[in-house]
Design a protein around this ligand. Structure first.
Ligand code: FAQ
Length: 324
């Protein structure tokens, strides 16, 4: 138990709150055994669980192309990337467990539709160019969002994010490199890339969440140091980062309002279709039903593995003389 937690045992509620607030104000980390307000714990469990579910469901759109990758090299890269996403999900479920969440319960909430996962993974991957565009735009947006989360006030979450972000950077580069290759290929390949960019651009902007004036959680999450920037700030950062990359690639971003604003020193850009966003997160996107059905089936198919592992662990404990 940390010193802070030991001290917290002897304190009044007001004293605990003051101590928690002081840690946050000083930019120090909250650790699992430290006292924390119920709302802080619940917010973290919500965000970390949603994030973990996103990584796991996020394996599906690209996983669909593993058997159809155009070369052994592309297949090996994609396999490694999809496996990395599984690893990210597992770190994140572990981080949620440090807050007292039960992993089996989180999975049950995902497959029953009681917890969300990122809207982006409810769109289909129609061609292999989508794999490159997911790496470039989706992993690019994930990096923009997640690098500041490395400084999140909750220790296990921030530390998990450091490794996740390193791997996401590799993912983003492999996507960009694949698109560079396709853009230097045939007209048909260039058209495939442009078509994929046209379909993924707006959903990528939606990954940052609703606009700040319609984001119920942002203000409190920023006060608690869980989030370090608002949704709109990060969306702006992503657009500014991506425009020169699109120019280097030779693709057009599908937004007639997109232009450099000299006064702001940033790009102006159009608004995503927020009705579409809210419909997708309510369960009505193009692939929501399919994604959850696939996850539920995988969970059922893995039941015997979980049962066998639990039985083996119990036998092992018994043979070691530990209570089962
Ligand atoms: N999709 O008040 P806010 C990845 C929900 S990982 C679905 O603004 P908040 C890696 C939100 O939960 C991608 N739901 O909420 C990869 C809240 O729900 P409630 C995932 C969304 O939490 C790449 C409600 O709307 N990344 O891509 C979305 O302050 C390639 C109100 O919103 C993370 O999860 C959305 N886009 O801010 C994997 C990062 N946006 O209250 C495979 C961590 C909002 O009804 C392949 N999360 N909602 O339960 C965050 O930074 C934040 O949670 C936000 C939302 C920014 C996503």
């Amino acid at each position: 138990m940390s010193d802070t937690a030991v001290q917290a045992d002897d304190q009044t509620d007001a004293g605990r709150v003051d101590q928690f607030d002081a840690l946050i104000a000083e930019g120090l980390r909250i650790e699992p055994r430290d006292w924390m307000p119920d709302g802080y714990r619940a917010t973290l469990i919500r965000q970390i669980a949603q994030h973990a579910h996103s990584e796991i469901i996020g394996m599906q759109p690209e996983g669909n192309w593993l058997t159809r990758a155009p070369s052994l090299r592309r297949k090996a890269i994609l396999l490694a990337k999809v496996q990395d996403e599984a690893g990210h999900g597992l770190y994140l479920y572990s981080a949620a467990e440090t807050l007292g969440a039960d992993r089996a319960e989180l999975t049950a909430k995902l497959i029953d539709g009681r917890q969300k996962y990122s809207s982006i993974f409810n769109y289909p991957t129609l061609t292999f160019a989508d794999v490159g565009v997911i790496g470039w735009l989706v992993d690019g947006a994930a990096i923009c969002n997640q690098v500041p989360l490395c400084r999140s006030s909750y220790g296990p979450y921030g530390r998990a994010m450091i490794r996740v972000c390193k791997e996401e950077s590799f993912h983003q580069r492999q996507g960009y490199e694949m698109l560079m290759t396709m853009m230097s290929g045939s007209d048909g390949q260039r058209d495939m890339v442009q078509d994929a960019v046209d379909r993924w651009w707006w959903p990528a902007l939606m990954m940052f969440g609703p606009p700040d004036d319609n984001s119920p959680n942002t203000a409190q999450s920023m006060d608690w140091g869980i989030k370090r920037h608002t949704n709109d700030e990060l969306r702006q950062r992503f657009v500014d980062m991506t425009v020169p990359q699109a120019q280097a690639l030779g693709v057009r971003l599908p937004d007639p309002q997109l232009h450099w604003n000299e006064d702001r020193g940033a790009h102006d850009f159009g608004a995503p279709d927020w009705d579409e966003f809210f419909s997708v997160i309510a369960g009505y996107g193009p692939c929501n039903t399919e994604r959850i059905a696939t996850r539920r089936q995988a969970h059922e198919d893995g039941r015997w593995v979980r049962e066998a592992a639990a039985a083996f662990a119990a036998t092992h404990r018994e043979s070691e003389g530990e209570p089962a």
